[in-house]
Design a protein around this ligand. Structure first.
Ligand SMILES: *Cc1c(COP(=O)(O)O)cnc(C)c1O
Length: 433
């Protein structure tokens, strides 16, 4: 399989290994596969690494990484993937948060890290993975590269703007993970990172790599859990799945759409956003208009101009987007709070604020008379957002063991000014050290 940029011409293609190493295409576009292989999986209940190996094979075909695919799937994707029934409603929650940092991003970050390690020549200089994070991405990337020889991670997060547990988690890895709390916003952190990637003089001295969510190395493994879950549900119920997916930058949702486009047993997909309305407005007006992001309780989805929109427009060009069983709905903070309470009361199910957006959209569907059964993607463990969830449900949420272990470790983040030369100095100094 070859890959090309969403902004380029299909004949201008690169290998999977090159696309993974580059992250973003040189023209600023996102890499997409040159074709959509039709992948028919048996309707059986199987472990994720086994399904992933089969589903990913056409995407790795002919690449230098292909022989290593079994090991990559076994190492990176062997995480629990439970489906939890919501009472006797027939609906289920697909819990994607049982990895080391308790959010779905563990699947993608671990797989990308394993790929980059497999691609790294033995004598290459240390590679610096540079990430700006509003919380979950940084932790997943740190967890994925922690202790991997040949890599170090530099994380920037906005001081005071991530939850206390998220901040503790980011600073708790140590070793090859350096954590900086920036006196500024997430946008400031991201601007500094972007400037570093444009700084050719810096890059001549320091090998920096991105691990952000637009990398193919995160998108492809995320597709595998939808392939596994939809095949398993087909085996158990004889039915194809309808999905509701909490969405910010469209990475997780795009993975599900890719499975559907490759022939997977998925019918309707609904994108559930927080008060950032860009996708709901796209489907209402048939026009895309990115905007500045709003801060909400579901902060990992505070995106006003999702970068993966380019991949959505590639998958469904023009009016096709509006005729494909895809829609979006927006959920404000008040509705998030009420849904966290209602879901606990009705089903005894405690949702994080992101998952609550999807559960709210489900409730609206039910209220409108929709009787189909739905599969809801749950993106983070509620214990990660305890300051929002615990006061609403009136009790403490026990962190899962991996998160508890991180929270029990000492945590350290160095302060950094929101000023590019400060970051540049850090990158060059620790590169020598
Ligand atoms: C990152 C994240 C999201 C949004 O995922 P996208 O791929 O950007 O749509 C949703 N929920 C949680 C908990 C996240 O960490």
């Amino acid at each position: 399989m070859r890959y090309h940029s969403t902004r380029g011409i299909p004949t201008d293609s690169v290998s999977l290994a090159s696309a993974l190493s580059a992250g973003l295409a040189p023209d600023g576009g996102l890499y997409v596969p040159a074709s959509l292989p039709q992948i028919t999986l048996p309707a059986t209940v199987r472990p994720l690494p086994e399904v992933a190996l089969e589903w990913l094979a056409p995407f790795f075909a002919g690449d230098r990484l292909a022989p290593q695919l079994p090991g990559l799937c076994a190492d990176a994707l062997d995480l629990p993937l439970p489906r939890v029934a919501l009472g006797d409603s027939g609906d289920e929650v697909l819990e994607l948060f049982h990895g080391p940092t308790a959010a779905f991003k563990d699947f993608g970050a671990r797989f990308l890290a394993a790929c980059l390690e497999a691609l790294r020549p033995p004598d290459a200089p240390v590679q610096t993975i540079l990430v700006a994070t509003s919380g979950d991405t940084g932790a997943a990337v740190a967890g994925a590269f922690h202790g991997r020889p040949g890599f170090r991670v530099v994380i920037l997060y906005p001081d005071g703007r991530v939850s206390a547990r998220q901040a503790h988690q980011l600073g708790a890895f140590g070793d090859n993970i350096a954590c900086y709390k920036v006196t500024g916003s997430f946008d400031d952190c991201q601007a500094m990172v972007k400037q570093a990637f444009r700084d050719e003089a810096l890059r001549a001295q320091c090998a920096i790599t991105s691990a952000n969510s637009i990398s193919l190395g995160r998108l492809l493994p995320q597709a595998t859990y939808y392939a596994q879950a939809s095949s398993a549900r087909l085996a158990e119920t004889g039915q194809r799945s309808n999905l509701i997916i909490p969405t910010g930058n469209l990475g997780n949702a795009l993975a599900a759409l890719l499975v559907r486009a490759c022939g997977g047993p998925i019918d309707e997909v609904i994108l559930a956003t927080n008060a950032n309305r860009v996708l709901a407005e796209l489907f209402a007006s048939r026009r895309y208009a990115g905007r500045a992001s709003l801060a909400t309780l579901a902060n990992a989805m505070d995106v006003g101009d999702p970068s993966n929109y380019e991949r959505l427009a590639w998958l469904y060009p023009g009016a096709a987007l509006f005729e494909t069983g895809l829609s979006a709905d927006t959920v404000d903070d008040d509705a998030i709070r009420k849904r966290i309470v209602a879901s606990d009361q009705h089903y005894g199910y405690i949702a994080c604020p992101h998952t609550a957006c999807a559960l709210e959209v489900l409730a609206r569907r039910r209220a409108a008379g929709d009787s189909r059964s739905w599969l809801i993607a749950a993106t983070a463990h509620p214990a990660k957002f305890e300051t929002v969830v615990e006061p609403l449900i009136g009790r403490r949420i026990e962190p899962p063991p991996a998160l508890a272990a991180l929270l029990a470790r000492p945590s350290h983040a160095q302060p950094l000014d929101a000023y590019y030369p400060a970051l540049r100095k850090v990158l060059l100094a620790s590169n020598r050290g």
